[in-house]
Every structure is written in C-alpha cells, then in structure tokens.
Design a protein around this ligand. Structure first.
Ligand SMILES: Nc1nc2c(c(=O)[nH]1)N[C@H]1C(S)=C(S)[C@@H](COP(=O)(O)OP(=O)(O)OC[C@H]3O[C@@H](n4cnc5c(=O)[nH]c(N)nc54)[C@H](O)[C@@H]3O)O[C@H]1N2
Ligand SMILES: Nc1nc2c(c(=O)[nH]1)N[C@H]1C(S)=C(S)[C@@H](COP(=O)(O)OP(=O)(O)OC[C@H]3O[C@@H](n4cnc5c(=O)[nH]c(N)nc54)[C@H](O)[C@@H]3O)O[C@H]1N2
Ligand code: SF4
Ligand SMILES: [Mo]
Length: 704
C-alpha cells in the first residue's frame, strides 16, 4: 500500500496474545519505520492496537537494543560483555557445540524458546531443523497452556470453539478466569455489543480485575477450584431438569455416568471448596441453563494450577449439557489454534533427528540445569539416562524471569560448565548469563506467518524495514549455525519465503484459497470455515467418538478419571482446610496490563504507566498481619522471597494476594521478581506449569 507520506507495509503482532492483530507500518523515505497502527480491515483488530504494541516501534528503536554480537568478559551473570564480529561469534558457538556434542552427545544441548514471538518462522522452523539435525534435546513448551489444552481436547477433541465475533450474539457471557480487557482486548467490543442488546456479563476470578469492574457481576472464587464450581453447576442443571435432552442424547457420550458423578457435587459441597455461597452457585447454574445463547470465555490463566487440566475438561462439558453449541453466540472458547491446519512438520522437520531425542519439560528448567544428579532425576522419564545439559541456546524466551522457581533457574544459569547462547533484542535477565549474545531482528524487520489462538484469521508479517545494525532474523542465525557445523541438508538452504510456502502447502478445505499470493495482497485471511461458524451445532466433535465426551476413554487410558472431577490445587489453601494453611496466602501473579510477559517491562513509557508493582491484599488479611496500605511487606516461601509495598483493598478475595507480572529482576527495588516464589510442580495434565498455585507468607517489613 502506498500513501502520500511514505509506504505502508502490512504485518502482524508477534506477541503471545489471543488477538494476533494485523498492523500497518509506515516507512519514510530514509527507510525508517515512523508509524504503526492497527489494520482497519482486519475483522478483529478493526484499526486498534493495544497500548503496549502501539509503542512497538519504541521497542524496535530503543537505545538499549543490542545490535551486534557480544561475548562475556566478566563472571557468569555479571552482564559484562565485549562486542565481537558475527564470524567470531559463530566460530566460537560452533566450536563449543561440536565439542559438547562429541564429548557428551547431542542431547547435552538444550534449545530453549518460549513465546517472545509466536511466529512459525522465527520460533518454529530453522531453529527446530538445526536442533533436530544436531540430535539436541527437545523442549516441551509447557509454561502457558498445556494443562488446559489437554483438558479441552479430552472433552471437545481439538482446540476449536466459539468464534469471538459471535460473543456479540450471546445473552449471557461468563468471563471465567480471564482478564479480557488486559489480555484479550479485541474480544471486548463483542462483549459490549452483546451487552447493548441486553446480555449479562459475569466475571469469575479471585481478583476484581479491570474486567471484573466492568462486568455486571464479579464472583470471587478460590483459585484452583473451578472444576468444583462447574460440577455443582451441572449438578443443579441435571437435578432441576434443565439439560438439553435432545442435544445430550444425540451429541454427547456418557451422560448416565456423568449424572452419577454429579450426585457427589451438591452446591453445598462446592461452596466449601470454591468459597462461593451455595445459593449463588444455584442461581448461576440456573441462569446459565436458561439463558440463550450463553457463551463462556475461559483462558489460560485459570489452568495454571495443580488441577488446571481437569478444570478445563470439566467446564467444557457445560455447553453440551445445555445445548449451547446449537446457537450462534453459544458455546465456549479457550483457543482457536486447532483451526489452522498448517504444515508445521514441514517447517520443523522432525525427520532430521538422528533418533527421537529426549524431551525436557520447560516448566522444570531449574531442575534440568541442576548440577545435582538427584535433582535432575525429577525431569527424567522412567529409565531415561541422565544427560546433563552442557549447552543452552535461548531465543524468544526469557527463562531467568518467566520460569517458575527462579532461584533454581539462576543457579543453573550460573554454572561455569554451562555454555549459554542468548538470542534476543535486549540484555534481559537471561542474557545477563550469556556466554555469547546474538542480536536478532524485531517483527518489523523480518518475515513471519501467524496463526491465532483467539480468532480464525491467519496473518502474514512482512518486513517493513531492513534489519537494524548487525541484527539478523532467527531463521538466518540458525542457517548460519547449521552451515558452521557443516550440516549440509538442503533443508538449511530454504529461504524465508520458501518456509512460508511450505507451511501453506496443505490439502485441507479450511485452507482453500489461503495462499501466499493472497496473504501478500491482503495481509491476512480468514480461515475458510463455514460462516457463521457453529462448530458443534450438530455434534461433529473432534473426539474419537465424534461426540462431546463426558466420559473419555482416552482420559482413562492416560491414567485419569474418565469423568469430570475436581483435582485440588497443590499449594493454594482451600477454605475447607483453612487451619492447615499456616496463615499462608495464595499468590496470583497474572498478566500486567502494560507488559506482555516481560516484553515492554524495559520500555520507560510502559513501566511508568504500569506504575509501582505492589502486592494487593484483602483488608482482613492485611489487618491480621498489622499491615496498612503502602507498608513494605516481605513475601516468602521455601523457594524465595520478595520485598515490595502492599496495596490493601477488597479487590481480591480474602486468602489471596496478587501482583501483576512479569517484571525484570534487574529493575526491581530488591533485585527479585515474582517467580522466585513460584514452583516447578506440574499441573495434572501435559506437564503444565502451575504459576498461580503458590502459597506464601506475608509479613510487614520495616526496612525499605
Ligand atoms: N497485557 C497483557 N496481555 C497479555 C499478557 C500479558 O502479560 N499482558 N499475556 C499473554 C499470555 S502469554 C497469555 S497466556 C494470555 C493469558 O490470558 P488470561 O488467561 O486472560 O490472563 P491471565 O492474566 O493469565 O489470567 C486471567 C485471570 O485469571 C485469574 N485466575 C487465576 N487463577 C484462577 C483460577 O484458579 N480460577 C479463576 N476463575 N481465575 C483465575 C487471574 O486472577 C486473572 O485475572 O494473555 C496474553 N495477553
Ligand atoms: N509469575 C508468572 N510467570 C509467568 C507468567 C505469569 O503470568 N506469571 N506467564 C507465563 C506465560 S503465560 C508465558 S506464555 C511465559 C512467557 O515466557 P517467555 O516467552 O520467556 O516471555 P517473554 O517475556 O515473552 O520473553 C520472550 C523474550 O523473547 C524475546 N523476543 C521477542 N521476539 C523475538 C524474536 O523474534 N526472536 C528472538 N530470538 N527473541 C525474541 C523478547 O525480547 C523477550 O526477551 O511466561 C510465563 N511466566
Ligand atoms: S499484544 Fe495482543 S492486543 Fe496488543 S497488538 Fe498484539 S495481538 Fe493485538
Ligand atoms: Mo502465555
């Protein structure tokens, strides 16, 4: 697109956010990106980027951005570096990797990437080809969504759900464990539209978030107990005959078994677990069953608990029970990621592995990097040989800040015998520990392809400007590393355009008409789904039975209860065992409004707008500890401790405290960030992380 004052290039936001916005970048005659705005024609972006990303260019041109390779000159973790050339950097990395592979085998190399970019190219193509060909360990990417993903798939079969646009047609919207206005803002206009037409909006969250404030009702639930609430709601629905007999008979499996299970969950029992009065549960169940259409938005925050997988499995039974899937604006949305049948295998090329290599759970990185074999045992599968990690390649991730049990991660990163390469834009908390730092490009400088997880629109990201300084795209960095190691496979010669074409090369009706040429022309394409998209109006679930599986044989085979049930949290104190909590509070550390995980937590304007990070506590919990608003507090458990100021308000339920996340250690008053408190314990399903299932002591702290 060309306009008067420069050229506009279409792109897509790379960040880990359900909205996957399309944007336009204006480039001036000097080749500098001077303006970024939301694409006006994208059906979800509708011209608006969030506050953070409308400042994305400030991040690209940030004075702290590193634009040349660096080599460590001080002690590990000291962040003392000297500039080196790309030739020197690549020579050193390839020499060290060859030596480590020769001495300890390929699995001594661990690639670590998370969700700095969700682009299929920069975080899911050449990087995987390279580490696969090297025979490196593989990483199970479990920090965010694994537990809920698995739970959803047992019930529904694939991560496909109600289209966000269709929330506009709902008459009742449950925002269940999601902070829409912060983490999914492009859903909000549809919520508002529904509301204008008379819909009620209920937020189920332990915290009165900015979303809860806007809702008609806030139901403060004890964290990690959502399955108990859903079971009791289903109990009432069945007891009162409010279920959809037709839909249940035709399109669900195991209703009779479910019915028996539900007898165990009268609202009175759930009230003791969830902290929600039984009468409120009854009313919610009846409102849900009798309001048409009813839409539920769950998101990944609510499943970062010991029982998070089963919570999602259980909640997702609700729409089938009341037949909500039959109507436009009914159903449930967790993720839409299952609707993009792209050829990811062609990008990642698992066939390049010499043999199926071991898999390391990202949520247990601390343990995996431990020098102590007894600790490393915790990450091994039964019978798996212990291969200590000798080289770590970090890109698109900042594990020193974002991983649970941060002190364990930092002990690992500080190991003198660990060779660490970090590929990033900034000297992050992780880059502080790098032996070699490689500068990569930002989204306005490289190609990428972006499916979404909060809607059904695929986007192409085109580079708007040339790479700044000596930075290179991750795809190019891994090509160079492959070349340096003498990996001759033609897969390492594919260009970025080749990669995009390979990803799109699929024979699937949903991808019909979604071509490279069209994406070049339009920037994005709605997946070729029937519209309106009522995925399960007539059954056709993606489960083995083709039905919504109240009873799941697959779950049973995986060692779970085949029926929905309640898995208690690991650490969160429940009202029922209040006395055993030792006065500890549950700590939640969900998304900060002005950061995206750790992105932007170093951009002054966003740091200012986010304001001082404080610990929100309920007045009852504060009073019991002699803490007043604004006091300094010490928050600790067996893993670490943190000092910050308290914010005392009834915006969180008693027994729970809250800090917005994730900030950088190096910018904190006490040099610590919240993940010193979180645990490596895994959720019930998929090895998922349990960031929000943490018990802490809080006490007044005198110093500052
Ligand atoms: N501005 C901003 N946007 C973001 C992000 C960000 O950091 N900042 N992060 C992005 C990423 S990576 C993701 S995965 C998504 C996550 O999107 P969300 O899941 O919407 O976000 P979270 O902040 O993780 O959690 C949402 C809410 O769940 C509540 N919660 C926690 N535990 C429970 C529970 O047991 N039950 C219930 N009912 N509620 C609970 C929290 O208090 C929080 O308000 O957001 C993305 N969007
Ligand atoms: N306490 C607590 N901890 C959490 C969470 C929480 O809510 N509370 N959220 C969790 C969740 S949901 C998630 S998804 C994880 C996220 O965990 P991470 O993915 O580790 O978090 P990010 O802050 O997104 O860090 C990504 C890094 O990638 C870099 N990056 C961005 N683009 C690129 C690129 O194109 N190439 C390369 N090489 N680097 C790039 C960024 O500069 C940044 O330093 O954190 C988890 N940790
Ligand atoms: S972070 Fe989310 S809302 Fe903001 S621009 Fe990116 S995709 Fe859109
Ligand atoms: Mo995430």
């Amino acid at each position: 697109m060309s306009r008067a004052r420069g050229t506009y290039v279409t792109g897509a936001c790379p960040l880990d956010c359900p909205d996957t916005c399309a944007w336009l970048v204006r480039v001036d005659k000097e080749g500098r990106a001077v303006e970024m705005r939301g694409h006006p024609d994208h059906p979800l972006t509708r011209g608006a980027l969030c506050t953070k990303v409308s400042r994305y260019l400030e991040r690209t041109y940030h004075p702290d951005r590193v634009l040349q390779p660096l080599k460590r000159v001080g002690p590990k973790g000291s962040a003392q570096f000297k500039p080196i050339t790309w030739e020197e950097a690549l020579a050193e990395i390839t020499a060290r990797l060859s030596d480590i592979v020769a001495r300890y085998g390929g699995e001594a190399v661990l690639p670590y990437s998370y969700s700095g970019t969700l682009g299929l190219l920069q975080n899911g193509s050449m990087d995987r080809r390279f580490t696969h060909a090297l025979g490196a360990s593989r990483l199970a990417r479990t920090l965010c969504a694994e537990a809920g993903y698995n739970g959803y798939v047992y019930t529904i079969g694939a991560t496909i759900g109600t289209a966000p646009e269709d929330f506009a047609h709902a008459r009742l919207i449950l925002l269940w464990g999601t902070n829409t206005l912060t983490s999914n803002m492009h859903l909000w206009p549809f919520v508002l539209e529904a509301r204008r037409k008379g819909a009620r909006v209920i937020v189920i969250d332990p915290v009165r978030t900015r979303t809860a404030r806007q809702a008609d009702e806030w139901i403060p639930i004890v964290p990690g107990t959502d399955a108990a609430l859903a079971l009791a709601m289903m109990h009432v629905i069945v007891r009162d005959g409010l279920w959809d007999r037709d839909y249940v008979a035709q399109h669900t499996l195991g209703f009779d078994h479910l019915r028996e299970r539900l007898e165990e969950w009268p609202p009175e029992r759930a009230a003791q677990v969830t902290g929600i009065p039984a009468a409120r549960i009854e009313a919610l169940a009846r409102e849900y069953a009798t309001t048409r259409p009813a839409a539920i938005r769950i998101n990944y925050g609510m499943q970062r608990h010991g029982g998070g997988g089963m919570a999602v499995r259980t909640i997702t039974c609700l729409p089938a029970l009341v037949g909500a899937w039959k109507e436009q604006g009914g159903g449930v949305l967790l993720s839409t990621s299952g609707a993009f049948p792209l050829n990811r295998e062609a990008l990642k090329r698992p066939d390049l592995m010499p043999h199926p290599t071991r898999v390391v759970n990202a949520a247990r990185l601390g343990d995996a990097l431990s020098p102590d074999p007894a600790v490393r045992q915790r990450v091994l599968m039964a019978g798996e040989p212990d291969v200590p990690v000798h080289a770590l390649i970090v890109y698109s991730g900042n594990p020193a800040a974002t991983n649970p049990d941060q002190n364990a991660v930092l002990r690992g990163l500080a190991r003198e015998d660990l060779f660490t390469v970090v590929i990033d834009h900034f000297i992050t908390d992780t880059a502080d520990y790098a032996d070699i730092f490689l500068p990569t490009t930002t989204q306005v400088e490289h190609w990428d392809l972006h499916p979404a997880y909060g809607h059904y629109v695929l986007a192409l990201n085109r580079p708007a400007i040339a790479p700044l300084g000596e930075s290179k795209p991750d795809t190019e960095i891994f090509r160079l590393l492959a070349e340096g190691l003498g990996l001759k496979h033609p897969a390492f010669r594919d260009s970025d355009e080749d990669l995009i074409r390979q990803a799109l090369d699929v024979d699937h009706p949903w991808m019909e008409g979604v071509t490279f040429e069209r994406l070049m022309e339009e920037g994005f394409a709605y997946v070729n789904l029937p519209r309106p998209f009522l995925p399960f109006a007539e059954g056709n679930f993606f489960t083995p039975s083709g039905k919504c599986e109240f009873y799941s044989e697959r779950a049973a085979r995986d060692g779970f209860d085949p029926l929905p049930t309640f898995h208690p949290p690991h650490e969160t104190p429940l009202p029922t065992n209040g006395t055993s909590s030792n006065g500890r509070l549950a700590l939640l550390s969900p998304s900060a409004h002005y950061f995206l995980n750790t992105n932007f937590a170093n951009v002054e304007r966003m740091v200012r707008r986010q304001g001082e990070i404080r610990l929100l506590m309920h007045p009852d919990d504060a009073a019991a500890r002699g803490i007043a608003d604004g006091d300094w507090v010490r928050v600790w458990n067996e893993r670490g401790e943190l000092r910050l100021r308290a914010h005392v308000a009834a915006d969180v339920r008693p027994g729970v405290c809250y800090v917005p996340s994730v900030w950088w250690r190096k910018f904190a008053v006490d040099g610590q960030s919240v993940n010193v408190l979180t645990s490596q314990a895994e959720a019930d399903m998929g090895g998922g992380a349990t960031f929000y299932d943490v018990a802490v002591h809080v006490e007044k702290w005198k110093g500052t």
